[in-house]
Write a protein that binds this ligand. Structure first.
Ligand SMILES: [Zn+2]
Length: 237
């Protein structure tokens, strides 16, 4: 088996001696792990192509059932070096990388995930201070992985609702609330912004402008939902 695709390096870790295991998000095969022979030797063919976030054309070989194919080629398309050089930006990007690896199982081709990640990195490289590409990425990732919060209706009766409960991962209407728990008010503007981003293609990031207060509230909603839902569900496995 010899396969070619495009991939973004998510993480790397040492294998035996000078070898590395590289996690890629690929265009055609979802997240995969491959091993790279001696990439840290001076004459390695891989050069800097295995740095985290590097986007490359790659080729790997391995038996069909082998869980660790071998990387044989990695030609850099975009290094995304700026994202690695700025510590604050790298921390933010690392967070969405970790979240992606937590929510998306290896080896499941997901057509929309690769362009989503690639576009997010491109936008962040141009505008590293912008928070909306990261919020957008999280909204879409939650949708792809089936963890979206429900904020447009009551989860129990489907009626209109505007109070969001973390333990439900959704809004509830006043008739259905039977839990004593802090909630977050979902205003019409917040609901509309969330639904707009949830529906939009990534190119929306190049033209959207959001009120700062609304952006803060959307970020708080998405971050709290992720911290609660994702952490709980991972512990439950
Ligand atoms: Zn209800």
């Amino acid at each position: 088996m010899y396969k070619r695709t495009e991939g973004i390096v998510l993480t790397t870790r040492t294998y035996v001696e000078a070898d590395l295991i590289v996690n890629y998000l690929t265009k055609d095969y979802g997240i995969i792990s491959v091993y790279a022979k001696s990439p840290r030797k001076v004459k390695s063919r891989f050069g800097s192509s295995l740095e985290p976030l590097t986007y490359s054309k790659i080729a790997f070989i391995g038996k069909e059932q082998s869980n660790l194919p071998r990387l044989v080629q990695a030609d850099i398309l975009t290094p995304f070096q700026k994202l690695r050089e700025c510590y604050r930006t790298f921390i933010k990007v690392s967070e969405i990388v970790r979240l992606t690896m937590k929510l998306i199982p290896e080896g499941q081709p997901m057509k929309t995930l690769f362009p989503l990640m690639l576009n997010t990195l491109k936008v962040l490289e141009k505008r590293p201070e912008s928070r909306i590409p990261l919020i957008y990425y999280k909204i879409k990732l939650l949708s792809i992985s089936g963890f979206s919060p429900m904020i447009d209706r009551c989860a129990r009766c489907n009626g209109s609702a505007d109070k969001f409960y973390l333990s439900e991962g959704s809004t509830l209407c006043s008739n259905c609330i039977d839990i004593a728990e802090e909630h977050m008010e979902i205003t019409k503007a917040l609901k509309n912004l969330y639904l707009f981003l949830w529906r939009s293609n990534p190119d929306v990031l190049n033209r959207i402008k959001i009120d700062r207060d609304l952006e803060n509230r959307l970020e708080e909603l998405i971050t709290s939902h992720i911290n609660y839902t994702v952490d709980i569900s991972i512990v439950g496995f």
